[in-house]
Design a protein. Structure first.
Length: 303
């Protein structure tokens, strides 16, 4: 296993977290991010990396909505912090591509060792799998690890992987080798969403990066658009904590996670540079920072 590089950060503890999707034993929770049926009130099928918003209608159940969007019921429960699995007509549900690792237990593993190995939390793993925090595991048992992270072996540098930097800088439109994979490059479209220009974790999860910043710093819209998600008031929310998603006129989306405060509401139009929230460490975060994702194009701040 390669050694982990020290994080360059404003805080002595690396401020990272949110949105990692990893494959373990050939299995990861990576559903398509759009409705697979005709019953959903969605006029346009979103790209596989994009976020959907669904309004619960009469007769809907968690399982029927999950089938509609080709995700699991737990995905919806987790992303929306639904209590006791109960939904009501008129509820607005965020449908996120689920972030987590499915792992088969081997001899000697415990919830604590899995939490350490996959950089998760014992209570979160137990809760997600309907277990007590001190439950014993059995060999072969399938466990879902919320926001589990695996440190992959560092690949050898090849001509293909060497193109990543030029792609991120907007110098080529060849297929993108990370994030959502659609390869669209939009030079100059997205501005820095914070005054601090310090990347503490490079490309990970759904085409996201972590930007180190001080608690309470302003977070700005990276481009003009309309707010489609504004989740404040705390909550796990799939590891994002308080977060905002903006839909942009060119069909892309940006996501801003771990906020201490959300200063916009769903439906608000925003201009590039508008203040939309404050830096925090809600959800899965080890320190104050902004987890910033671009869905539908290359993340210009990937390194």
């Amino acid at each position: 296993m390669p050694l982990l590089a020290a994080a360059v950060n404003l805080d002595p503890n690396p401020a990272i977290g949110g949105g990692d999707i990893t494959v373990v034993d050939g299995s990861a929770l990576v559903p398509q991010g759009g409705p697979s049926g005709t019953a959903a009130d969605v006029t346009e099928r979103p790209a596989s990396s994009q976020i959907s918003v669904y309004t619960v209608r009469s007769g809907d159940t968690l399982s029927s909505i999950a089938n509609m969007f080709n995700v699991t019921s737990n995905t919806i429960i987790w992303a929306n912090d639904i209590k006791n699995g109960v939904i009501h007509e008129g509820d607005s549900l965020i449908i996120l591509p689920v972030t987590g690792v499915q792992h088969k237990v081997v001899k000697g593993e415990t919830l604590a060792s899995l939490a350490t190995s996959f950089k998760s939390n014992v209570h979160d793993i137990a809760s997600y799998n309907n277990l007590a925090d001190n439950s014993a595991l059995t060999i072969g048992q399938s466990i879902i690890i919320p926001n589990g992270v695996v440190t992959p072996a560092k690949p050898a540098v090849t001509p293909a992987t060497a193109k990543i930097k030029s792609i991120a800088s907007g110098k080529t439109t060849e297929p993108f080798l990370g994030g959502d994979g659609d390869g669209k490059v939009i030079p100059g479209y997205f501005a820095w969403p914070t005054d601090t220009h310090l990347i503490t974790q490079g490309l990970h999860g759904w085409n996201g990066v972590d930007i180190g910043a001080r608690l309470g710093e302003s977070i700005y819209a990276a481009a003009e658009g309309t707010v489609i998600v504004a989740k404040g008031g705390g909550g796990w929310n799939g590891g994002y904590g308080n977060y905002v998603v903006i839909q942009h006129p060119n069909g892309t989306q940006t996501l801003y996670a771990h906020m201490s405060k959300v200063l916009v509401s769903v439906g608000d139009p925003v201009s590039q540079g508008s203040t939309i929230g404050k830096v925090g460490m809600t959800g899965l975060a080890t320190g104050p920072h902004l987890h910033f994702e671009v869905r539908g194009a290359v993340n210009p701040f990937a390194n």
